[in-house]
Every structure is written in C-alpha cells, then in structure tokens.
Design a protein around this ligand. Structure first.
Ligand SMILES: Cc1cc2nc3c(=O)[nH]c(=O)nc-3n(C[C@H](O)[C@H](O)[C@H](O)COP(=O)(O)OP(=O)(O)OC[C@H]3O[C@@H](n4cnc5c(N)ncnc54)[C@H](O)[C@@H]3O)c2cc1C
Length: 460
C-alpha cells in the first residue's frame, strides 16, 4: 500500500489545485473522520478538491488503477460511503462556497457546503429552501437522496427546489443537468444519490423565510406517550403547512427548562416550527400544549439559522450510530403502540425514535416526476440508535432492528435512502419503487461500467 499511495499522490499532484492526502501524511487521520464513528475506513488517497476541475483527474486516476472511488460531501451519511477502503476519496470539505442571487432567488452551492453554510448565506437575504434539521449535515448527500426538514410541508423536499446541477461524469466530462439539459440525468439525480456522476455545483430555488421564525420544544411525560401521540396524529391532519411538529421520544437531556427530576428519564418531545407571521404563531401552537401535561417548554421567536442548529448538541460527530427507518402514510394505532413500547426500552441515553412530518407540498409531486418515489409518505421515522462504546454495539443494534421489525406492518412502501445503513443494499430497489427500472436505464447511459458503485448502488 505504501508504494501505491505515494505513487498515487505523485501522479495527481501536478494535475490538481487541491491537495492529496495519503496515510503517511500527518493530516490524513483527521481527514478520514466522518460523522458515524462506527465507520473505520482508510482510503489510499483523499483528494481534497479546491475546484471542480480537480474532480476529473481523480476519477481518471481511480479508473486507471482500478480503484474504488467514494465521494464525500458533509460526511454525514450513516452508511459511511463517503470513505472507501484502499481507494480514492473525492473530498469536498474545502469547497463550501454559497453564492446567492437575491434578485432571482437562487443559490449556487459548492458540494462541500454544510447546511450551516447554506442557511447562513441565504438567510443574509431573508431567503431559504427546505433542508435538514442538523446544521452540520452536507448539502450534497442530503440533496441527492431527497432532503427534508422544517420547511418541507410548505415548500417540498430539497430536490423539489433543485433547479440544475453541474456534474462530472465517469468519463471526466463536465456537463449541466436541468429540466432542459440532460433532463434524464437531472431526473435521476433528484433522489438517485451518487450513482450517476460527481456533482460540483447545485442551483436551488429560494423562498422568503424569517429571518425570525417561532420554534422550540414542548415536553410531555412518557406515561402519557400514547395519548400525546394520538392527539398529535389528529392535530397534524389539519394543521396549516406553515406549521411543522415532529416527535422525538428519548431520555430527557438536562435542559434548563425541564425539572431536574425528569433529566435522564424517558419523555415525549414535540419540536414545533412555524414559518408564518410571528404574531400568528401562538394561536396555532397553543393546541399542542393540550396533548398532555406539559413538563416544560422552550418556544419563542428566534432566527431561523439559530433553530437550524437546535439539535446539533444531540447529534455531534464521534458517537457510534445505527439507524433504521420507515415511511408512513398514516400513523396507525399499531405503529404508535410499537413506538411507545420501544421508547420504553431505550438501550442508551442517546438513542431516540424520531418521527418527521413531511405531509404537504412534497405529496403534491407525482411519484415518477423524479427518482425519489415516495410521494405518499407523510411521516418518516428514524430509529436512531446512538451510543458511545463498542461494547454496546450488539444491544443497541438489536434494539433498533427489533423495533424496525415491530413497526414494519404499519409502514408504507419504500425507504429513504439517506437513512439507510451499509447493510441495507437489498432495500435499494424498494427505495425507488416503480422508478427503479428507469434509474437502471439512465445509469447504463451515464455510467455503463458502474464506476460509481460505492453508494446505495443502482446497478446498470
Ligand atoms: C445528524 C444527522 C441529521 C440528519 N438530518 C436529516 C434531515 O433532517 N433531513 C434529511 O433529509 N436527512 C437528514 N440526514 C441524512 C442526510 O441527508 C444523509 O446522511 C446525507 O447523505 C448526508 O449528506 P452528506 O453530504 O453530509 O454525506 P456524505 O456521507 O458526505 O455523502 C453521502 C453520499 O452522497 C453521495 N455524494 C455526496 N456528495 C456527492 C457529490 N458531490 N456528488 C455525487 N455524490 C455525492 C455519495 O454517494 C456519498 O456517499 C441527517 C443525517 C445526520 C447524520
């Protein structure tokens, strides 16, 4: 490996503006860290691109030597496919620029930008588009898998607001894809992940949002969980799309607005978010407090960018994580029973069950309009196994798998590829439903040798 890595570095050095890190380099260890500490991979070379034109030489090098190639955006993906063992990793962590055209309500985003980079740049103009709920997630992987967050009820998935992309193909060619240019590729990239090429720029449509929104947490006791969830289910059926309410069941962190007696005990947390006029929020949020006995709450007007960071302290990198997820068109009684049962036996203080509400604009797009197929999904549940020590792997993974199985009868079809672990390759076909065949066809056209296989792979 030593010979090979130094040779790789030598071969690339003169061809790119960025840098190449190999295992002998002092900053290599830091560069191969990603969000999920369960992933332990050592690429032969990490190519830290400084410009889009650095990508083609990296692709050519990997092809020449028959090496696997992985692509790293924000490094958040649970499956850890940002890194490949003994291959070439294209690392965008030095390419984070976000250019905003406020007049046209457009943002042009480099593939290493994190949600914080994106949100802060667009909010400087009072604009936003739906992205995820954790500011350290990468815009690239999030978008290519679909992307949803607080604004999704109103403005759809992240891909519903993607206008065009710049892509480097397996042949190293730079092309653009949009509704009018390479439209088949654009269709595939909106949900099809990293299967078709390396995206070097994303163009997004933006909407006026905030800069102040009303958001926060309302917390209920766990022994009222079934009642709270039943009332929640009823409430969100008719709630306006400016309002979003998610569900988190976990052990209470030591939040100052909660009585000390519940710290570390199971609770039901309802994060609320309202992006309409601040003055209208209170009336709309008030019914949520009637779902049960409020243990504590922290809700108020705040900058949208601040709320986008609200969950960061619970989702820091470096912990061990194992996820399972289901889509739901409705939350049946059986699903609620399973949620309450498994939230009652959380195997670590950091494990949680998360239900994201995405009903609204995302459901008004046809399932074959782009690769992401599950336009009937109103809720996405993430079984978030999270813990610190390898000795707890078995029990935490077993909990997540058992709950996944117990809640499966109530789930709707498909899966969200952005929440799938490395071992869930067999779910890729169902993740695309009826769109899978078309994706295979498009992959044959743009990557006929399946060079971009290190991902949730669609096989040509
Ligand atoms: C703490 C946390 C919170 C999350 N919250 C949300 C949420 O609210 N909503 C939501 O929808 N998702 C959420 N996710 C899931 C998230 O969307 C995925 O993990 C996503 O893949 C992360 O993108 P990334 O760029 O950070 O990841 P990476 O691991 O860097 O990339 C993931 C994959 O995307 C592909 N890829 C990345 N960059 C490129 C590129 N430039 N060109 C081509 N392919 C590329 C590659 O196949 C890569 O393996 C969350 C994840 C975490 C860990």
């Amino acid at each position: 490996m030593k010979m090979q890595t130094s040779k790789l570095k030598e071969e690339l050095r003169t061809k790119i503006k960025g840098s190449v890190l190999v295992p002998e380099d002092s900053n290599y260890e830091e560069a191969r860290q990603i969000w999920n500490a369960m992933i332990e991979r050592r690429p032969a070379a990490i190519v830290q691109c400084a410009q889009a034109d650095d990508v083609a030489p990296a692709i050519k090098l990997a092809r020449l030597h028959g090496l696997p190639l992985s692509i790293r955006g924000g490094g958040h993906n649970i499956a850890g496919n940002a890194l490949c063992d003994s291959g070439v990793t294209i690392d965008f962590s030095k390419m984070k620029k976000v250019r905003v055209d406020a007049a046209k309500k457009r943002a042009y985003v480099e593939p290493g930008a994190l949600l914080v980079d994106f949100d802060e740049a667009v909010q400087a103009h009072g604009l936003a588009t739906p992205v995820g709920i954790n500011s350290t997630t990468g815009i690239a992987g999030l978008t290519l898998g679909g992307g949803f967050g607080w604004l999704t009820r109103k403005y759809g998935m992240t891909i519903d607001n993607l206008m065009s992309v710049e892509v480097i193909t397996a042949e190293g060619k730079k092309i653009r894809a949009s509704e009018s240019e390479n439209a088949d590729l654009f269709w595939a990239l909106r949900g099809g992940g990293g299967n078709f090429g390396v995206v070097t720029e994303f163009e997004f449509k933006l909407f006026p949002v905030g800069p102040e929104v009303v958001a926060g947490l309302i917390v209920f006791p766990f022994n009222e969980a079934k009642q709270v969830l039943t009332k929640y289910r009823q409430f969100v059926n008719t709630a306006p799309e400016d309002l979003n309410v998610w569900v988190v069941l976990r052990k209470a962190p030591p939040l100052p607005f909660l009585p000390e007696s519940v710290h570390g005990k199971e609770v039901v947390v309802l994060p609320v978010f309202y992006s309409g006029a601040v003055s209208a929020a209170e009336k709309l949020i008030a019914p949520v407090r009637t779902f049960g006995t409020v243990l504590g709450e922290h809700v108020g007007a705040q900058p949208y960018t601040q709320w986008e960071k609200a969950f960061d302290p619970l989702l820091t990198p470096g912990a061990r994580n194992y996820w399972k997820s289901h889509n739901f068109t409705e939350l049946a009684d059986g699903a609620l029973n399973a949620i309450v049962e498994y939230a009652g036996k959380l195997p670590s203080p950091h494990c949680e069950i998360f239900v994201g509400l995405i009903s609204g604009a995302a459901n008004r797009i046809a399932p074959d309009a782009m690769a992401y197929a599950h336009r009937d999904a109103k809720f996405v549940m993430n079984v978030h196994g999270r813990w610190d020590e390898a000795k707890d792997d078995e029990k935490c993974i077993a909990w997540a798998r058992e709950f996944f199985t117990a809640s499966k009868p109530y789930a709707s079809a498909g899966a969200y590829i952005n929440f799938m672990t490395a071992e869930e390759g067999e779910r890729v076909t169902s993740a695309y439903g009826n769109n899978y065949e078309r994706l295979v066809h498009i992959n044959k056209k743009y990557d006929s040798y399946n060079f971009f296989w290190f991902n949730q792979n669609i096989r040509p």
